[in-house]
Design a protein around this ligand. Structure first.
Ligand SMILES: [Fe+2]
Length: 185
């Protein structure tokens, strides 16, 4: 199936807007990192075309959330951008890409966490399952969304620091991926 992620992004974002630029630069950085990871573990035979497409689309839900610092003026809390993106991309007829949207937030969110922390999310597991889902979630953790400039890649200690507040279990999850993807620490 022919998928042009930029055509889809431009259906939901004005390509002349600052927000489109923020989203594009972030997504491009995540796609580049995901492909570099795939290159590093070429023995895993990852679907590179899918990795690129899904990485470009993974944050499509952000415009529906309330994050004015990056130009998003929606009503939903930012943590909702994953499942909202899934709804958009499913409606575009891409259910496999849609799961990447839903499952990339943090290092994944379990249904138990959603209940325990009373998160404003549908109660279901939102945890990356396939290797491609894991790689995009992993790659995403290295890049912030910044206005104006292309995002700088964080170091591994910086990524770990950014996750640490969510608990040791989350850091352990990320460290497992460092090993799985033979990533330098
Ligand atoms: Fe992202």
């Amino acid at each position: 199936m022919l998928v042009d992620p930029l055509t889809i992004l431009k259906k939901y974002y004005d390509p002349r807007s600052d927000l489109y630029r923020v989203l594009y630069l972030h997504s491009e950085a995540v796609a580049g990192k995901a492909l570099a990871v795939a290159e590093n573990v070429s023995d895993l035979y990852l679907d590179r075309k899918f990795l690129f497409e899904a990485a470009m689309l993974h944050d499509i839900g952000i415009f529906l959330t309330d994050a004015p610092e990056i130009g998003c003026f929606g009503y939903k809390p930012y943590v909702c951008h994953g499942y909202l993106g899934r709804e958009i991309i499913e409606a575009e007829g891409l259910p496999r890409h849609a799961l990447v949207c839903e499952r990339h937030v943090g290092v994944g969110i379990t249904r138990e966490e959603i209940k325990e922390r009373n998160l404003p999310l549908p109660v279901r597991d939102m945890v990356p399952g396939t290797l491609e889902e894991k790689i995009i979630c992993f790659a995403d953790k290295f890049f912030t969304k910044d206005r104006g400039t292309a995002p700088r890649e964080k170091t591994v200690p910086e990524v770990i620091k950014s996750i640490a507040g969510f608990g040791a279990e989350k850091v352990g999850q990320f460290e497992g991926w460092l090993a799985l993807f033979k990533h330098q620490r």
